[in-house]
Design a protein around this ligand. Structure first.
Ligand code: VAH
Length: 314
């Protein structure tokens, strides 16, 4: 049985559905701080859970006798930079609670890290799996601390912790929320709704990205990987593509010829993006558990536009 926190978030909304398809709806207990009445809430067990409430998390985990914890509840980079202390309390308080539940109930554990765990002194191109990690954002501090804490729980208590350093994730199920890479989500919605987009990230700003289906497969494949093959655990570099705003705009123009993009750079989110790598190396993930991605920018754009045309009012 799987306890999933942050089930209504960008990853959680789709991972809950996928895990219920694979392992059976009744085996995936979805939780979040609120109830939005959507299909995550309707399609299987759902509970309101504030991950900073230790007793509440132990209560849910014990009542459902979970053996796996997938901890997704967190504030993303742009929001965390606006409210750094709230981010520290939620991102680290929630993580410690989820790790303590996993230790006491002997659960397998997953939580995502991010390219945000790297900083301005990290090599920016083909960023290695093992390298300098001195992030300059609260989100990055949370992610590096989280990686170290998850490795600690593995080495000290034997908790089977595993993690992925995700690039910007792109999906059509949830609206962009609080991330720096979310321009690459918003651009698709605006291209269909308005035929135009004003990017808050400047041209020439390369960031790693991945389409959500590849991210969900990576989580399942890592969690099902043979633990004896894992040299690393928290957390693996994974990416599918790296692009800058002009490139995603050009790809959209192939399908919406009149699409136009201009820029109104947001200094705060631009500074976050500038501190991150241009493109990371994911050979460790490929070698240790066979990571691969299916979607490049062209294939993702076709799927995103087709799916969004069905959901947003053109
Ligand atoms: C963010 N989408 O922008 C998240 C992610 C690598 C970016 O961590 O904060």
């Amino acid at each position: 049985k799987i306890l999933l926190t942050g089930a209504l978030g960008q990853i959680g909304s789709e991972l809950t559905v996928k895990l219920r398809d694979i392992y059976g709806a009744s085996n995936v207990i979805a939780t979040d701080i609120r109830d939005n009445g959507g299909d995550v809430v309707q399609s299987g067990p759902f509970e309101i859970l504030d991950v900073t409430n230790t007793e509440a998390m132990f209560d849910v985990a014990k009542r459902h006798q979970v053996d796996t914890v997938i901890h997704l509840a967190a504030l993303l980079s742009a929001t965390a930079e606006k409210m750094p202390l709230l981010a520290w309390n939620l991102n680290m308080g929630g993580l410690v609670n989820a790790l303590e539940v996993s230790r006491e109930l002997d659960c397998k554990f997953f939580t995502p890290s991010s390219i945000g765990a790297f900083g301005p002194t990290t090599p920016k191109d083909l960023t290695p799996q093992d390298t300098i990690q001195r992030p300059t954002t609260m989100y990055g501090v949370n992610k590096v601390s989280g990686e170290l804490l998850c490795d600690y729980y593995y080495h000290k208590y034997g908790v089977d912790t595993r993690g992925l350093r995700f690039p910007g994730l792109i999906s059509y199920v949830t609206l962009p929320g609080g991330g720096t890479t979310d321009y690459a989500v918003d651009i698709y919605y605006k291209a269909i709704e308005e035929g135009r987009y004003t990017s808050y990230i400047d041209k020439g700003t390369y960031m790693d990205m991945m389409y959500m289906p590849d991210a969900l497969n990576a989580i399942v494949n890592l969690m099902e990987a043979d633990p004896t093959k894992l040299i690393h655990r928290n957390s693996f570099n994974v990416t599918a593509m790296s692009f800058e705003p002009e490139q995603i705009a050009a790809e959209i123009k192939k399908h919406i010829p009149n699409f136009v993009m201009d820029y109104d750079v947001d200094p705060s989110r631009q500074a976050i993006a500038d501190s991150w790598p241009n493109a990371i190396d994911c050979s460790a993930a490929k070698q240790e558990w066979g990571f691969k991605s299916e979607y490049d920018l062209a294939k993702m754009t076709v799927d995103m536009l087709n799916k969004l045309k069905k959901t947003v009012n053109v």
